[in-house]
Write a protein that binds this ligand. Sequence first.
Ligand SMILES: [Zn+2]
Ligand SMILES: [Zn+2]
Length: 308
Amino acid sequence: MGRRILMILAMLIVALGGAFWWFMLSGKAPKEAPGVFDIAEWRSLVVDDAGAGPDAVRWLEVGHDLAPSWAVQAGRFSDAVPMSYNAIQLSWPDRSIIVGGAVDAETAEQMRQTPKAGFDAATYETLLAAMLDAEQVLITHEHLDHVMAVARHPEPARLAPNLVLNAAQLEALPVFAESGVLAPEIAAVAPVDFSAPTRIAPGVVVAPAPGHTAGSQVVFIQRADGEEYLLIGDIVWNANNIDDLKPRPRLTQIVVFDPNEDRAAIERQIRALHDLKVAEPDLSIVPAHDRAFLQQMVADGLLAAGWE
Ligand SMILES: [Zn+2]
Ligand SMILES: [Zn+2]
């Protein structure tokens, strides 16, 4: 009798340990991921743009919060991870591009994880206005914390001509509209084909990166002075994932994402980003939510904080 109970207990412990490993710890980028991201190709697309890229890359932080480290990276158990909700503006003397729709007040409240969360209503208003002045408005991907200033913009007729969205992004957009129905002007926007790396402005290339979502893409930027950036959206939430070659844990993927991420694609992208980071130490690889990384970029003069 006692032996049987011990056996059952031992099996239970093994099963629980296995489940903990599977949901919380497992996952690693493959040894190599050739051809996933080709910076030489991106550079070739902007080779004639030397000196004509944006003068400034600006970070407009609309909201912030903290996330548990174990939810951000499989097997990471450290202090809570600062998260930023924001948009990026590329600015030239005579034009601008905005990447990201951030969160509105309602979404920020819904997503709140900790009492330290903050939302800056004035900055959100600034983002809404800046989108109307922008030559192009893009998003890295179709998730609620990256689309609200697009899907819920109060002036859809003025915004619509500026939108540059791919088909998967447009298809997902209605879910994020206030009533589940997009303004007709935004619903009528024609998709742009970003199935191959595409130059969209001097020094700026959009390249497909499906995995986190079907419509995920990265934005490669060569500033006028030659400084280079790669906006990677949510391939990872934190630069540490790239250094450690680790994706989000399965638990996060199952609980947070619907539809779920393509985990294998994410792991290949993490390997590609890791190798890119090693090969190109001067390239800033920017995860959309990594608040500490973004703040460090401001300190280093790589990002301008706020709008001009
Ligand atoms: Zn996302
Ligand atoms: Zn996100």
